[in-house]
Write a protein that binds this ligand. Sequence first.
Ligand code: C5P
Length: 226
Amino acid sequence: AVAPDLAGRRVVISAGGTREAIDPVRFIGNHSSGRQGYALARTAAARGADVTLVAANVDLPDPAGARVVRVSSAVELSEAMAAERAGADAVVMTAAVADFRPVTSAASKIKKSGAAPAPIELVENPDILAGLVVDREREGLEQTIVGFAAETDDVIANGRAKLARKGCDLLVVNQVGGGRAFGTEDNQATVLASDGAVVDIPTGPKEALADRVWDLVVERLPRGAR
Ligand code: C5P
C-alpha cells in the first residue's frame, strides 16, 4: 500500500510537447512522449492527490484517477495552466514547450510555388513556468512549483542557473544525449532545490523518479493544510 501523503492536496501537472502551427497541416514540434508527466500523474493519484493533467499532444491512455485537459500549442498550454493553477498545492511543468512559434499560421496549406520558399518568422512564447512563479508571488500563495530541464553538460551549474532564473522550488534536471530521456522507459535525474538541497535519483522507471519527486514536494508542503 502507498502512503496517502498527498490526500487533500490538489496537484496540476503538464506533460507532452507543444505544437506550433505553420499552416493547417504543419507544425513545429518536439519528441516529448509525455511519459514522465503521466507517471507523475499516476503516482500522485495513487498517493491520494486530486490530479489535473494538462496534456499537450500525448498519445498515451489517460492515467487512472486524473482529470485530463488537452491542449496543443504553447499559448493554449499557458492558458490552461493559468486556469488550473488556482488552488493547487503543487504545480509541475514537465511539458516540452516550444521556445518560439510562427508569427502567423497560414489559413490554407502552404504550396510549392517554384520560387524560393518564404521564411517562417518566429516570435517567442511565454515562459509558462516563470509566469506561474510570478503569479504565486503576487498572490502570496503557498504552492510548490517544480520545473524540469534537460541539460547536456555542466548539469549542476546550468541547472542552478536555470532554477534561479525560473524562480521555482525544485528543478528536476535530466542529463540528455546518447538517447536518454526522450521517449525512453527509464529516466535519471538530479533534483536541485531552491533551499540548496541536491538529490540524485538513479536510473530507473519514470514511476520511481516520479515518486521521489513527490517525496521532495511533500517535504516542502505546508503542514496541516486542508
Ligand atoms: O528553459 P527551459 O526550456 O530549459 O526550461 C524547462 C522548464 O521550463 C520545463 O519545466 C518547461 O516545462 C518550462 N518551460 C515553460 N515555458 C517555456 C519554456 C519552458 O514553462 N516557454
